[in-house]
Design a protein around this ligand. Structure first.
Ligand code: SF4
Ligand code: SF4
Length: 294
């Protein structure tokens, strides 16, 4: 059996067309599990229309909780807390779990052992059926941290599913930027599709992601979205790719059809001819690359 390959779609910032490209590729790829690792702003599920079959809670880092029955209201914990997370409410010491950093100091200092560190559920993950194949995704509560760990959980679930279903690919819609969730997404990946736009900030974001992808020794390819809105910058991206021996996988034009289909919550590749051609080209270049690796 072929080795399972992880393909990650990334972009420098949100709104670059990353999910459009990832969901359109999900229509073309066979023998794959689809995953949305953009857990802070998950939106691929809107296009995938999933039917959830399995899922679970995601626990964030433990935060402190006072057992009011054991607490003698001595105030030591309040003095110890550097995050002003402890207050007195109705004569009883109380911890605001949103302000608690989880440093454990109050728990260690409490003479009555009245403070326990407890995990708080901050998100959910789901495994689902869709028209385009099995899809794993997650949603992190607004403002919750630890998105890197939730990305790892999504990837782990997708991998388990891919192995049990004997799939060849995991196709991942990654988070934007170059932060911790992106490094979690890139870890163990085989190919990074970087979606960029021909703007000054787009070019600088692109270079940063290439650097990160190189650091993880992951092969990169570039998709220029809305390539026709600035031909000078598109040429600069092509020159950069050429100098650095990076494939331009495809160029997608600005298209009202794509905007229209996305607003109707449908994956645009079926309806928009100006997307179908470049997506087919991207699909072919990536599958050819893996064929050559055999
Ligand atoms: S240190 Fe312990 S006993 Fe004292 S106020 Fe805090 S929780 Fe209560
Ligand atoms: S765990 Fe740390 S941050 Fe949280 S309440 Fe205790 S001392 Fe404050």
């Amino acid at each position: 059996m072929d080795k399972l390959k992880e393909i990650v779609v990334l972009s420098g910032k949100g709104g670059t067309g990353k999910t459009t490209i990832a969901s359109s590729l999900a229509v073309l790829f066979r023998n794959k599990i689809i995953a949305d690792a953009d857990v802070d702003a998950a939106n691929m599920y809107i296009l995938m229309n999933p039917d959830n079959i399995k899922g679970g809670d995601f626990a964030g880092k433990p935060v402190a909780k006072i057992d009011s029955k054991s607490c003698i209201n001595c105030g030591i914990c309040m003095d110890l807390c550097r995050f002003d997370a402890i207050d007195i409410i109705d004569g009883q010491h109380n911890i605001d779990q949103l302000s608690c950093d989880g440093c454990t100091l109050c728990s260690l200092g409490c003479p009555e052992k009245a403070i326990q560190m407890e995990p708080v559920m901050v998100g959910k993950w789901f495994s689902s059926d869709t028209e385009y194949g099995k899809f794993v995704y997650a949603r992190l509560d607004p403002g919750a941290e630890n998105s890197g760990n939730l990305v790892t959980m999504v990837k782990h679930q997708a991998k388990l599913l891919a192995e049990s279903e004997k799939m060849n690919y995991i196709l991942i819609d990654g988070p934007p930027g170059i932060g911790c969730p992106v490094t979690s997404t890139l870890s163990g990946a085989d190919y990074t599709i970087i979606v960029t736009e021909p703007s000054i900030s787009g070019i600088s974001d692109l270079k940063r992601i290439i650097k990160l992808s190189d650091h993880f020794k992951v092969k990169s390819g570039i998709v220029i979205n809305k390539y026709d809105i600035n031909s000078d910058n598109t040429k600069k991206i092509e020159a950069f790719a050429n100098e650095n021996n990076i494939d331009i996988l495809g160029k997608v034009p600005h298209s009202f059809c794509i905007i229209d289909e996305i607003s109707k919550r449908t994956i645009p590749v079926g309806q928009c001819r100006d997307l179908k051609e470049p997506i087919t080209e991207i699909y072919k270049k990536i599958t050819d690359y893996f064929e050559l690796q055999k």
